[in-house]
Ligand binder design. Structure first.
Ligand code: ADP
Ligand code: ASP
Ligand code: MG
Length: 411
């Protein structure tokens, strides 16, 4: 008998029929003798609908009130799923994040889980109930409702699994595992049998939205066995694992991630003196804008150009701050570009193989795709390109690194 935490995403609970299908699936596990805690997302599209409603009042709604509202999406699905379970004879009880003691910090819309007091859950499990918990939400010390950021139900699932010392956390979604890249963009993408936490963390932070970054972080930190599976199709899914077995067949690159959420800003003709980076990025950071990639050009005539990327949502804000800095520093001009995308190759195999980056650049050159920025780490190489070439770039890299499924096997 195992204790399993199962998380079902928005599409999997997107209609009453699907919720009933999920209930039937949970019943099967129960009939097998397993204890089940279920975490659910809001019905697909609901969180977006709620955010849109708030924006009709204010383009930048007060974060505390936004959390009060968007957390209602999950409250609907927990109740529906509990009702569906009870209807088929499975004793079940639903809880919101606060009822189940998910304590977070107070950063509304992107709160972090600090502690879970899973006493209620344990009692209910003992009494033979399936416990259904609302994903994506918690409560801070002052009693305010908080949410965990988009995709945050994954993190609720993993955090509950860690708190309960569950045997496995299963993330059920609309794909049958983690693929070499988003299968919606590259139909020849292949499901990975296993992927290391380190690789999954890079893929998530570089744009693969199949798992929220914090869920992967949490699972790695607390050693939660984590698996991504299809909600309605049988299969082994993908195991996120700690071991990095160096089998000869292990590919150099495990996956390709991409991100359309960034924008690029350049300040031209700034004096090339010590402290320039700080004078530019200090005020950007004070404006609460996070910077991702940074490039400073070689100086020419004692002046230099400085380029960096930010989240697209922060673009206007960053542009405004940068224009102010440019005036102060006597810089020549500020230019911005939102039509960019970041493409990254990820793999622990890179550590033991040289020439991975040049193979990437060669594949992009063959397609005539210009690289605007580059950044590397031990297990990834990222490039910024024009957004319109994104899909072409991902497909070209997928082929260049031998990741394409053999003909006839792609789903
Ligand atoms: P859920 O609502 O179940 O949380 P998400 O939409 O958040 O589902 O995540 C699943 C989606 O992630 C898939 O439909 C797929 O398009 C996308 N995705 C992006 N990168 C990958 C990848 N490498 N492997 C699998 N799916 C991916
Ligand atoms: N409903 C939330 C969202 O859409 C949380 C989740 O689905 O994980 O981001
Ligand atoms: Mg998700």
């Amino acid at each position: 008998m195992a204790l399993i935490v199962q998380k079902f995403g928005g599409t999997s609970v997107g209609s009453v029929e699907r919720i009933e299908q999920v209930a039937a699936k949970i019943k099967k596990f129960r009939d097998n003798g397993d204890d089940i805690v279920v975490v659910v997302s809001a019905m697909s599209g609901e969180t977006n609908r709620l955010i849109e409603l708030a924006r009709q009042i204010n383009e930048r709604p007060v974060a505390r009130e936004l959390d009060v509202m968007v957390s209602t999406g999950e409250q609907v699905t927990i109740a529906l799923l509990a009702m569906a379970l009870i209807k088929i004879g499975v004793p079940a009880i639903s809880y919101t994040g606060s009822q189940v003691g998910i304590l977070t910090d107070s950063s509304h819309t992107k709160a972090r889980i600090m502690q879970i007091d899973a006493q209620n859950v344990r009692k209910d499990l003992k009494a033979g109930r399936v416990v259904v918990v609302a994903g994506f939400q918690g409560i801070d010390e002052a009693g305010n409702i908080t949410t965990l950021g988009r995709g945050g139900s994954d993190t609720t699932g993993v955090a509950l699994a860690a708190a309960l010392k569950a045997d496995e956390c299963q993330i059920y979604t609309d794909v049958d595992g983690v693929y070499t890249t988003d299968p919606r963009v590259v139909p020849k993408a292949q499901r990975l049998e296993k992927v290391t936490f380190e690789e999954m963390l890079e893929m998530a932070s570089l744009g693969s939205k199949v798992l929220q970054i914090r869920a992967v972080e949490f699972a790695g930190k607390y050693g939660v066995p984590l698996r991504v599976l299809h909600s309605f199709k049988e299969g082994p899914g993908t195991l996120i694992t700690l071991d990095e077995e160096d089998s000869m067949e292990k590919p150099i690159i495990s996956g390709i991630a991409f991100n359309r959420d960034e924008a690029k800003l350049t300040i031209r003709g700034v004096p090339d003196t010590p402290g320039v980076a700080f004078r530019i990025l200090g005020p950007i950071s004070s404006a609460n804008v996070e910077v991702d990639m940074i490039v400073q050009n070689v100086a020419h005539d004692n002046t230099t150009d400085f380029t960096f990327t930010v989240h697209r949502n922060d673009y206007q804000n960053a542009l405004h701050v940068l224009e102010h800095i440019a005036q102060e520093m006597g810089a020549r001009e500020v230019v911005g570009d939102v039509d960019i995308a970041k493409v990254s190759i990820v793999g622990v195999g890179m550590r033991s193989h040289a020439g991975v980056a040049s193979r990437m650049f060669e594949a992009l050159a063959k397609e005539n795709i210009n690289i605007q920025m580059i950044s590397t780490s031990e297990i990834k190489v990222s490039v910024v390109i024009e957004e319109k070439y994104l899909e072409l770039a991902v497909r070209a890299l997928h082929t260049a690194f031998d990741l394409d499924a053999p003909a006839g096997t792609a789903e």
